[in-house]
Design a protein around this ligand. Structure first.
Ligand code: COA
Length: 145
């Protein structure tokens, strides 16, 4: 079975909002995702398998910098390289839009995500104390494109 990547379609936002709730303690809701979708400064990638959305990623562009807002893959589809492929597509899209530095925030307890980002060449830059609503710190990671 092969996974294909493409930009988000409006209809994807319902499923993405659902996956956000399943994957995150502080999920983006439908409205926030729709605002991001309609913004010219958002890069989006969806991973689809047999007509089902199995993962997604998006980044917010700001000149020569961009922030990877979120990456997530449905639990039953993990460890198959889908997040890596999503990040790769985002990085390629960002580079094409003139981005030189990609940043992201990750919960300090999120070992799988950190492993993924390190594997993809992101480096720890600095911590943001109590960045999340529940008081957890974020590690800011950076990749030069
Ligand atoms: C983090 C997440 C996106 C990874 O998705 P994925 O499709 O399983 O990742 P990949 O298969 O592309 O993994 C690539 C590499 O990352 C590392 N990695 C990914 N998940 C890992 C885990 N659970 N434990 C250790 N390393 C992991 C490995 O090096 C892996 O390569 P390998 O499978 O050859 O060992 C997924 O676990 C997820 O959706 N988590 C919940 C949402 C989340 O936390 N997103 C990140 C927000 S900052």
């Amino acid at each position: 079975m092969s996974v294909s990547l493409r930009p988000w379609a409006y209809e994807d936002i319902f499923k993405i909002a659902e996956l956000e709730k399943q994957c995150f303690r502080d999920p983006w809701n439908f409205r926030m995702l729709a605002d991001a979708f309609f913004s010219e400064n958002t890069l989006t990638v969806a991973a689809e398998e047999e007509g089902a959305l199995v993962g997604y990623a998006f980044a917010v562009l700001a000149g020569e910098e961009a922030d990877v807002a979120n990456v997530a893959v449905a639990e039953s589809c993990r460890r198959r390289g889908i997040a890596s492929a999503l990040l790769s597509a985002l990085e390629e899209g960002a580079r094409a839009r003139g981005v030189r530095d990609l940043f992201l925030e990750v919960r300090v307890s999120n070992a799988p995500a950190m492993a993924l980002y390190l594997r993809r060449g992101y480096c720890g830059a600095y911590a943001r104390k109590r960045y999340y609503g529940d008081g957890e710190d974020a590690l800011v990671m950076r990749k030069k494109l």
